[in-house]
Design a protein around this ligand. Structure first.
Ligand code: SAM
Ligand code: DTB
Ligand code: SF4
Length: 326
């Protein structure tokens, strides 16, 4: 532990984005677990309601058949285990799912498509979906892959609130997981999203065999986005059958909690989302993630293609922990 990381005061949301680096975040990872969680909880309370957790519901609006070779993904056409393909859903089906999510208590509806990036003609229907979901009184988010010039503006004009586009892993590890595009292309899209005045949802995946240093490097990249993402999904790898990462060794659960805590400390004002992998976690592990500063979840029994806890289980967990849905 270096003196710098130990003595750094917790930034408040009124202070301009702080510059982080892999060494300082790596030193936070090395802290005794209780010290790290205590610090993360302090930062959390200075910036957020202590017991409120935001609920987002996901829907896959176009499934499978993706040209990219992301090693974790069940929707890549490169892997044997690719899920059954489904073309772009009709607007009515999406609106019905969004209404059901709202009725269950979600405040944000996230629509995901297995594309390298959208074609202009697909954006017409996605724009209609965004307008219709927004009209229900939900926040809207889409994740459609890499954008071309002008597409982010079209999404903004349709009423989009958030664009989800993850950095996924550290720059030095990216090429070991994905070869069909470079991480620099993801940064380009994030720049276009910001330029268009959209809010940014950007995070990554842990548990893919990366080192602790790589986890710190991913978080440093995220925290140094200027401004940092409003929403930061931390996904635990869901090992999907038939993907190159199906047999990745499971991450120590405490290391996952540490990752959440370092995200909270380095991105004090962001919503940190405990994302994929919750179905495989115990209630106790999830409670530690909330203590470490997670204040958003995916809510509903499905992610894109993988499972997620049933709403009843989440409601019972929230009641046991005294958490309120926001
Ligand atoms: N195709 C678009 C893209 O890649 O940006 C949007 C959909 S993609 C499925 C959205 C995100 O889901 C990925 O960036 C990745 O972080 C996450 N993801 C995909 N498969 C996962 C898995 N098996 N476990 C955990 N997270 C996963
Ligand atoms: C994000 O960071 N996680 C979500 C959302 N953004 C689109 C996706 C998780 C996908 C988990 C694996 C699956 O359902 O196929
Ligand atoms: Fe395609 Fe996105 Fe899956 Fe990569 S993560 S294979 S880009 S759907």
């Amino acid at each position: 532990m270096t003196a710098t990381a130990a003595t750094q005061t917790a930034p408040s949301k009124f202070v301009p984005a702080q510059r982080w680096n892999t060494e300082v975040l790596g030193a936070l990872f090395e802290l005794p677990f209780n010290d790290l969680l205590f610090r993360a909880q302090q930062v959390h309370r200075q910036n957020h309601e202590a017991n409120a957790v935001q609920l987002s519901t996901l829907l896959s609006i176009k499934t499978g058949g993706c040209s990219e070779d992301c090693g974790y993904c069940s929707q890549s056409a490169h892997h044997g285990g690719e899920v059954e393909r489904e073309s772009l859903l009709d607007v009515e089906e999406v609106v019905a799912a969004a209404q059901a999510a709202k009725d269950k208590g979600a405040t944000r509806f996230c629509m995901g498509a297995a594309w390298r990036g959208p074609k202009d003609k697909d954006l017409d229907r996605v724009a209609t979906m965004i307008g219709a979901v927004k009209a229900l009184g939900l926040e809207t988010c889409v994740t459609l892959g890499m954008l071309k010039q002008g597409q982010a503006e079209r999404l903004k004009a349709a009423g989009l609130d958030y664009y989800n586009h993850n950095l996924d892993t550290a720059p030095e590890f990216y090429g070991q997981v994905i070869t069909t595009h470079a991480q620099s292309e993801r940064f380009d899209t994030l720049g276009q999203v910001r330029e268009a005045g959209l809010k940014v949802c950007c995070g990554g995946i842990v548990g893919m065999g990366e080192t602790r240093r790589a986890r710190a490097a991913l978080l440093a990249e995220l925290a140094n986005l200027n401004p940092p993402p409003e929403s930061v999904p931390i996904n635990q790898l869901v090992p999907m059958p038939g993907t190159p990462l199906e047999n990745a060794p499971p991450l120590d659960p405490f290391e996952f909690v540490r990752t959440i805590a370092v995200a909270r400390i380095s991105m004090p004002a962001s919503l940190v989302r405990l994302s994929a992998g919750r179905q495989e976690m115990s209630d106790e592990l999830q409670a530690l993630c909330f203590l470490a500063g997670a204040n958003s979840i995916f809510y509903g029994d499905k992610l894109l293609t993988a499972g997620n806890p049933e709403a009843d289980r989440d409601e019972a967990l929230f009641a046991r922990l005294g958490l309120t849905a926001a």
